[in-house]
Design a protein around this ligand. Structure first.
Ligand code: SF4
Length: 353
């Protein structure tokens, strides 16, 4: 039997089968090492030397991917370039916020097919979906880089998670498993450009993670120009799906509002946003666009952002205004696009969880 690419994501029975284990307890021992991030069989010291050598001969490593580049910036953000078993490169980012929460930003696809006009990842097109084990391995690599435990996960790296819903849900179940990482669903966020079918599937399957929506504008026509997904699912369909999901999850939704200089920061956009938000429990996250070479946008000035924030104040819209972290390593929102400087992530909600 051909060995699997990775032991991550396998059940104990599957590990047992893959390695042709003589004793059932060995699968549990191996799984404990995997959970701790030990992927080199030679370091699994409670296995016999003969077994360790046999497993290494069979698979090489228990993990299918390798870190090929590490970057850190002064904010503490770290970005890893990770080579997958087929040679494709993705990136994953580790962020530490002012409360020292460590958050892993995970990619769900190699490239992205959604074509958002302000996004660097979009420029590389779609290559393939990641499998659940490849998503989990990003977390393992980031955890191995971090001096503190990763407590939060965001599916905001390269790709659109709800265009790869099955593998994303599978990975969420793996992270949430009490026998391994036991990460609470309230600490997991999926960021989507608004694929309504995927949101509905999360609702139907009662996957009560938090949602972050890359809205960018509540002007339907403008959104269709900026984000092709809006031609398939307009802002009204998107809002209906969010309300249904909120009824199941009971969680506040984050609205990511990427501020594009001179495009979506005027009074009309503020009023349309206020109108669209009515009936939703939402927090708007204002994220100034990060410059990406070759894309036809500008980062708004501080004065422009101040003016838009004052409009939101006047309209009683709940919002946060964050400085993007990770810019120095091109790990900020909209800046991911392997193999150059892959990664697009959005910032977290600040609701104390
Ligand atoms: S913003 Fe997200 S969904 Fe849109 S193209 Fe970029 S990676 Fe894809």
């Amino acid at each position: 039997m051909k060995p699997p690419h990775s032991l991550y994501g396998l059940s104990l029975d599957e590990i047992s089968q893959a390695l042709d284990l003589a004793k059932t307890y060995q699968a549990k021992q191996i799984n404990e090492w995997l959970t701790k991030g030990v992927t080199d069989f030679s370091e699994m010291t409670n296995l016999s030397i003969a077994d360790r050598e046999r497993f290494a001969f069979l698979m090489g490593s228990a993990c299918s991917s390798t870190v090929v580049e590490r970057q850190r910036d002064r904010s503490g953000a770290a970005k890893l370039a990770i080579r997958l078993h087929d040679g494709a490169i993705i990136e994953a980012v580790l962020l530490t916020d002012e409360r020292l929460r460590a958050t892993a930003c995970l990619s769900s696809q190699v490239g992205c097919a959604q074509g958002c006009t302000f996004c660097k990842t979009a420029t590389m097109g779609f290559v393939r979906n990641l499998e659940a084990f490849e998503i989990v391995e990003q977390y393992i690599h980031l955890q191995n880089e971090s001096s503190q435990a990763i407590t939060h996960l965001v599916y905001m790296g390269m790709g659109e998670p709800l265009a790869n819903t099955s593998e994303v849900i599978k990975s969420i179940h793996l992270f949430h498993d009490p026998t391994t990482w036991n990460i609470g669903l309230r600490r997991i966020t999926i960021s989507t450009c608004g694929l309504v079918g995927g949101i509905e599937r999360l609702t139907e399957e009662r996957v009560a993670v938090k949602l972050a929506i890359s809205l960018v504008t509540a002007d339907n026509r403008l959104r269709s120009r900026l984000m092709p997904v809006n031609k398939r699912f307009n802002i009204h369909e998107l809002k209906d799906a969010l309300i249904r999901h909120q009824q199941v999850s009971g969680k506040r939704v984050t609205i990511e509002y990427c501020l594009l200089g001179g495009v979506n920061t005027d009074e009309v956009n503020a009023y349309k946003l206020a109108d669209w938000l009515s009936g939703l429990d939402a927090l708007v996250n204002l994220i100034p666009w990060n410059r990406v070479e070759g894309l036809p946008y500008t980062t708004p000035t501080e004065a422009e952002i101040d003016r838009f924030a004052r409009l939101l104040d006047r309209l009683a819209i709940a919002y946060t205004r964050r400085r993007s972290r990770g810019q120095a390593i091109d790990g900020a929102c909209g800046q991911l696009a392997v193999p150059l400087n892959t990664l697009e992530y959005h910032l977290l909600t600040d609701d104390g969880e």
